[in-house]
Design a protein around this ligand. Structure first.
Ligand code: MEV
Length: 313
């Protein structure tokens, strides 16, 4: 076992959440400055490997780590052993920590999975292709989210802006320069609960929800064009249209609506929730860095727990 450390970025869905579960295209970008980390180190203190979840302030021998809060980490280790190679039975520790807020639509579970898979493979000198990282992290997403589209783990595995359709390899997109502000409502929501809520609505009225999904898919395709051609104003309008459709799906929330309204009043060109919704984060498009700072201050004043400014290019 070689001591090593690996990281993985958070993600931001610009267009297409929920509709992507129903085979529509979606666009996501990595948030390169907000990352989850996993480190392998030598530890001779226990007869078994040790798991340390820094954010939870928990350190346990792996044999005692089968509990809900650590299951995610144990699953990643077990999947690595099943698909790559068995790990030494003692003498090492896996430490995990993350700057990505949990259950806020920024892909924290997929980023933790990928950081662990990257650290374990580096410590064993195993090379995984990006397709293998996508495939393994998708298995782990299924443990946590039931029926994920694969969007979150794919954009995090490749760490570049993509347009994605379920079951297909991602396509790169080459965006021009844009500045976004992300605002965290501070309200955590489980992705699987919100996906199940949308599924129940879809099954009770497939015609209505299906029409919304198709409209969101068309917005994602138009969004790609705006990103690649640098059409700032139109991109903002599409984000707002996407938000209106997400509201029709009933996945927005009063907190999200407040932050989205505050961003627009402060000069954002468009804004929407990002991720599963019913809480979590929103994203606003701004004209430049100066206007992003104004929007960020407005979001904090309107009750955002935290904001990030992120630039494409
Ligand atoms: C969650 O980040 C995105 C959803 O579209 C679910 C999925 O794609 O699996 C809501």
């Amino acid at each position: 076992m070689i001591s090593t450390c690996a990281t993985a970025a958070a993600k931001l869905i610009l267009f297409g959440e929920h509709a992507v579960v129903y085979d529509q295209p979606a666009i996501a970008i990595p948030l390169l400055d907000v990352r989850a980390s996993a480190a392998i180190s030598i530890d001779l203190s226990s007869a078994t490997p040790v798991i340390e979840a820094k954010d939870l302030r928990m350190t346990l021998p792996i044999t005692e780590a089968r509990q809900p809060s650590l299951q995610h980490i144990v699953n990643a280790i077990e999947l690595f052993e099943a698909r790559a190679m068995p790990l030494p039975a003692t003498g090492w520790r896996l430490t995990v920590w993350s700057k990505i807020p949990f259950s806020r639509g920024l892909g924290s579970s997929a980023a933790i999975s990928i950081a662990i898979l990257r650290a374990l493979s580096a410590s064993q000198k195993i090379h995984f292709s990006s397709e293998q990282f996508i495939e393994l992290s998708f298995e782990l997403e299924k443990f946590h989210h039931g029926t994920p589209s694969g969007l979150d783990n794919t954009v995090i595995a490749v760490e570049r802006p993509i347009i994605f359709r379920k079951g297909q390899p991602p396509q790169n997109i080459e965006p021009k320069s844009f500045t976004f502000v992300v605002g965290d409502t501070g309200v955590g929501k489980k992705t699987s609960d919100v996906v199940s809520f949308v599924a129940a609505n879809y099954h009770s009225n497939p015609g209505h929800a299906g029409k919304i999904f198709s409209e969101i898919g068309a917005i994602a395709l138009a969004g790609r064009e705006c990103l690649e051609q640098g059409k700032l104003k139109k991109l903002g309008e599409l984000m707002t249209k996407n938000q209106d459709l997400l509201s029709e799906l009933e996945v927005s929330s009063p907190e999200l609506d407040t932050l989205i309204g505050a961003a627009k009043n402060a000069g954002a060109l468009g804004a929407k929730l990002c991720g599963a919704g019913k809480g979590g984060c929103m994203v606003a498009l701004t004209e430049d860095t100066k206007s992003a700072e104004t929007v960020s201050r407005a979001l904090l004043q309107a009750g955002a727990l935290k904001t990030f400014i992120t630039r494409l290019k």
